[in-house]
Design a protein around this ligand. Structure first.
Ligand SMILES: [Zn+2]
Length: 1003
């Protein structure tokens, strides 16, 4: 056995896939609606959100849509654009009318379709100066328009398009040498190379944090002594690793197989949940430690983050759904002073006439309608019927005072690139087919609204009025003075205009199939979409296939100067250069527009800038570098379908309250703050989580407990305004040891990951990685000092059981796509896309990405089949090291974003034949895994299906690679074996030694 992973290039040659786990598909975010009554009464003043406050902000309630022309377009007489200012290259129908309708597709070359590249190609036949818009029939474009163009592909003139023709040479990205070689091959395998296939790994099945006596280090792991064997006569409540060698020595004097590894995935702290059964489930709220320090001095010795991760809409398993509460005539019961919602921790007094707020201690009157007698123990007699008094999570139906306008309908607006690469790659076809297939399942029927704008060097609007039989297309080519034609018919009710919408989606790919326009007027298109949507808000889905090249927001190639890397300026490449993007995001959030960005280019598209739109609107970035429908089609289909059909909370705001003496001081994730503590989330869904940090405001807390309450005010797709409330309590402690015992590694890692990614936006990658390392060192040093008094610690690294995986996750954060290595290890776009994605991931998903699953499947495939419910029952996860791989085996690597099937070089040919059919000996980069007509293949496909179903938030693509196939093996798998040392990165063993050394300094 051996994987022969010698020098493989760090950067793969241009896609079909990327080395990043995000190769294709972070989920999009949700869309928010309009000014949505910031938790109205309760949340502080509706506060004019963010920056500029527009005239539409405070719409009169009751008016869903202004009857008159919206101000933004009202300067247009009728819907006819002002005559001047039209470039002479614009096309228009004969007669100069604004838009005509062509009932059926013209047989040939009738009205020139917009894709005829105004401005770049020879003068079109139907050249009509002074006509800004053309109305074009939907349908296949006249072939003569494109095929007759001399030269075929006109050479694009926009910046950044030096090489955009497919099939042509694909120069490597400036700044990203394509033949980088990672120095330092991974360490050679140490596991038995001649053993039977089953002797796969040298790791014991159970990896705890057990130390061994130095003298036992060569013992077979299965004879490892029990955990207590290293205890020196005293009962220690910490774990430790014996690191008895001299730091820096080549001979490790310890058994690294005993290092802790999270092979069971994220295990949530359970004792806490048992102690406080009325707390909300940890899927909604996880504190970094379930023991709050009672003083600032104690907090200052807790070097780990003090805070929480909140996933307000996390999916609950069947039977555990959040109950819906209607307070009816009594109105919602909230504290008069701090606006806390009534919850299981409030107490009733005065014979049931008053209740005391658990957060601020205020004594409140109980409204007559809500009154109930108390029993002898002080419990309300009606407690059994009051879910809000027994459940940590409830959803409350909000009355009209929680609305500043009628609840908005679900709105899906699509901004689609139809330029050359978008159509050529098949993106346009897959996207339109998927949208069409989801029409029945978009939330909110029959109120759902939908609309489209497409663009290349011009903008194309589509009149979808239900009375039409075919959509009507209008082309606007003046990019400097964007106006929206027919503003009332661009966003239409889906159920009324269903036929027109379907006709549109059917014909769109055909219309542009021969488009040779390579320009991208993305910025102007975005402005136009904003103008259409800002009356109502909604979800804006952007499909961008190239670098925006025309009009406002045009972007330029960045990162091609290698001298910038490693300097203090490098971070500027990871943030948006043009303020246009952040400003647009702020404007969109203000008007309840949430943006999801789908990016597809195989070349630099400045995800740093594009992603800003998603970041500040609570959205999501999906990145499919080098998209080709034959390869990435399924992934896009699944992820777009999930984006469109998952339940979405519209026009929402979120606030988290906590007891007196503490406050949340910082928030981390994709959102914008509307006031100091109100998160504006135009659209939220179950796949989004937010991290926050706490500060003690008072020197000393005098209470025994601290309460937390998350409230998300939103509009449900059904049109109901609701408040989802999660409440939890945690004890206040005086003992640092208890804080450590109650630490939650998953939550801590979530906060750290977000802090580290934020740091990469203002510092060098090295600095961001070092920050995490220093934090872990400080925390473990403090812990060591805490125990050094009573115990002889010697050369042991000690840590609490609760934090046993923290060092490994710390290493994994530094090796994750946004932070890893240097410029050669991930392209700018990959880094940025991964950063935007990881900022929003819920805890479990993030941990899986940081420490993915690796398991061996060939032996299992050979066993007589038994159906399985839980993957854990059939497959054992292995340490993420090349040592785990046996060349006679077949392994699956799964990080939640993609699957890699690794075929050992000596894998039985029968197995390969069964699984790959005739392709079994082919180079695996050319093989797609398909079900074969045999039991083994079916079994494997069932397994893969199960893996995908277990987490539908992303659709992992499946890559095949055979041992030794370089460079693919390197970038698909070996470099993600994070316990190994790879090209300058640190191995797990060295990392632990480093930490240990630093902890002992000044200990
Ligand atoms: Zn209160």
């Amino acid at each position: 056995m051996n994987t022969e992973n010698r020098n493989f290039p760090a950067r793969p040659p241009p896609p079909p896939f990327s080395s990043s786990p995000f190769a294709s598909a972070p989920p999009p975010g949700v869309v928010p609606p309009q000014s949505g009554g910031p938790e109205a009464v309760g949340f502080r003043p509706p506060a004019r959100p963010f920056t500029p406050s527009g005239p539409h902000m405070a719409q009169p309630a009751g008016v869903m849509r202004p009857a008159g022309q919206p101000p933004l377009v009202s300067q247009l007489p009728g819907s006819r654009p002002p005559p001047p200012s039209f470039p002479s290259t614009a096309y228009g129908p004969p007669g100069g009318g604004s838009f005509h309708r062509f009932p059926t597709p013209p047989p040939s070359g009738v009205p020139p379709p917009p894709q005829t590249l105004a401005g770049h190609l020879s003068p079109p036949m139907s050249f009509r100066p002074q006509q800004p818009m053309a109305s074009v029939t939907m349908g296949p474009p006249p072939q003569s328009m494109t095929s007759g163009i001399p030269g075929g592909f006109a050479s694009p003139s926009g910046p950044g398009f030096q090489q955009s023709m497919p099939g042509g040479p694909q120069p490597s990205y400036p700044g990203y040498p394509s033949n980088q070689v990672l120095q330092g091959p991974p360490k050679p395998f140490q596991s038995p190379s001649q053993g039977p296939p089953s002797a796969v790994s040298s790791y014991p099945p159970q990896t705890g944090g057990f130390a061994q006596h130095p003298g036992q280090q060569n013992m077979h792991p299965s004879y490892a002594p029990p955990p207590t064997s290293n205890v020196q006569g005293l009962v220690e409540d910490f774990n430790s690793l014996s690191l008895s060698n001299i730091p820096g020595s080549l001979e490790p004097g310890f058994d690294h197989t005993s290092f802790p590894r999270p092979l069971d995935g994220d295990v949530e702290p359970s004792s806490f949940a048992e102690a406080y059964p009325m707390n909300c489930h940890s899927r909604y709220l996880r504190l970094t430690t379930n023991a709050i320090p009672n003083s600032q001095s104690l907090a200052s010795r807790w070097h780990l983050p003090l805070g929480a991760v909140v996933c307000p809409l996390a999916e609950a398993p069947e039977g555990e759904e959040v109950p819906l509460i209607d307070f009816g005539s009594s109105g919602i019961i909230r504290c008069r002073r701090c606006r806390t919602y009534v919850n299981p921790y409030v107490t009733f007094t005065d014979s049931g006439r008053k209740w005391r707020c658990n957060i601020c201690s205020m004594l409140n009157e109980v409204p007559g309608e809500y009154f109930s007698h108390l029993d002898a123990t002080g419990r309300r007699m009606d407690l059994d019927q009051r879910l809000e008094l027994t459940k940590g999570s409830v959803e409350i139906i909000a009355p009209t005072e929680y609305m500043v306008r009628p609840p908005m309908p679900p709105i899906y607006f699509f901004l689609i690139d139809v330029s050359f690469s978008a159509t050529k790659s098949g993106m346009l076809e897959v996207a339109t087919q998927t949208i069409k297939s989801c029409l029945d399942n978009l939330p909110g029927y029959p109120r759902t609204q939908i609309g489209f704008i497409t663009y290349d060097s011009t903008l194309h609007f589509y009149n979808m009025k239900s009375s039409l039989s075919q959509p009507q297309m209008m082309v606007v080519s003046d990019l400097d003075d964007i106006f929206v034609p027919l503003p009332d018919d661009l966003l239409v009710n889906l159920s009324e205009s269903r036929n027109v919408v379907e006709a549109f989606l059917d014909s769109l790919p055909l219309m542009f199939q021969n488009n040779v326009n390579v320009e991208s007027a993305f910025g102007p298109a975005l402005k136009a979409a904003y103008m259409v949507m800002n009356q109502l808000g909604g979800k804006l889905l952007i499909f961008q296939n190239s670098l925006p090249s025309l009009g406002v927001g045009r972007l330029k190639l960045r990162g091609d100067d290698p001298r910038v890397y490693g300097t203090d300026k490098e971070y500027t490449l990871r943030v948006a250069e043009d303020t246009f993007y952040k400003q647009m995001a702020a404007d969109c959030t203000k008007f309840q527009i949430g943006i999801n960005v789908y990016a597809f280019s195989d070349k630099y598209t400045d995800i740093a800038s594009l992603g800003t739109l998603a970041k500040y609107t609570g959205g999501q970035v999906y990145y499919y570098p080098g998209f080709q429908s034959s390869i990435h089609g399924d992934k896009l289909r699944h992820e777009l379908a999930r984006d469109l059909t998952r339940e979405t909370a519209w026009e929402s705001v979120m606030r988290i309250r906590c007891g007196k003496g503490i406050r949340f001081s910082s928030y981390h994730g994709n959102f914008m703050l509307r006031s100091t503590d109100l998160l504006a989330l135009p659209a939220v869904d179950c796949d989004k989580a937010y991290a926050m940090q706490l500060t003690l405001e008072e020197t000393l807390l005098t209470t025994q407990t601290v309460y937390f309450q998350v409230a998300l005010l939103y509009t449900a797709s059904c049109g109901e305004r609701r408040i989802r409330v999660h409440t939890a309590v945690a004890p206040v402690v005086t003992d640092l040891g208890e804080m450590y015992r109650q630490a939650d590694t998953g939550s801590i890692v979530s906060v750290y990951t977000r802090l580290a990614i934020e740091k990469t936006l203002s510092s060098k990658l090295d600095d961001a990685r070092n920050v995490i390392q220093q934090k872990i060192v400080k925390a473990l040093r403090e812990y060591r000092n805490l125990n050094a008094v009573q115990h002889r610690l010697g050369s042991r690294l000690i840590y609490p059981e609760s934090l046993k995986f923290l060092p490994l996750y710390g290493l994994a954060i530094g090796k994750s796509t946004p932070l890893q290595g240097g410029p050669a290890d991930a392209s700018l776009d990959e880094r940025c896309a991964a950063g935007f994605t990881m900022m929003a991931l819920p805890v479990k998903k993030l941990l899986k990405l940081l420490y993915p699953s690796l398991f061996r499947v060939d032996e299992w495939l050979l066993k007589p089949s038994a159906d399985f419910d839980d993957l854990k029952d059939v497959l054992r996860r292995l340490p993420l090291a090349a040592e785990s791989l046996d060349s006679r085996g077949l392994y699956i690597y799964d990080d939640g974003f993609r699957l890699v099937l690794w075929f050992g070089r000596m894998l039985s040919p029968d197995i390969a034949k069964n699984l790959l059919g005739a392709d079994f000996a082919a180079e695996l980069s050319r093989v797609t895994l398909q079900e074969q007509e045999n039991g083994m293949s079916k079994k494997l496909m069932r397994l893969i299906k199960k893996v995908r179903e277990n987490d539908p938030s992303y659709h992992p693509m499946c890559f095949l690679v055979r041992q030794g196939e370089q460079p693919r093996e390197g970038f698909l798998l070996l470099r993600h074996l994070i316990e190994d040392q790879m090209g300058g990165s640190t191995s797990y063993v060295d990392w632990v030694l480093q930490l240990h050394r630093q902890i002992q300094q000044n200990a």
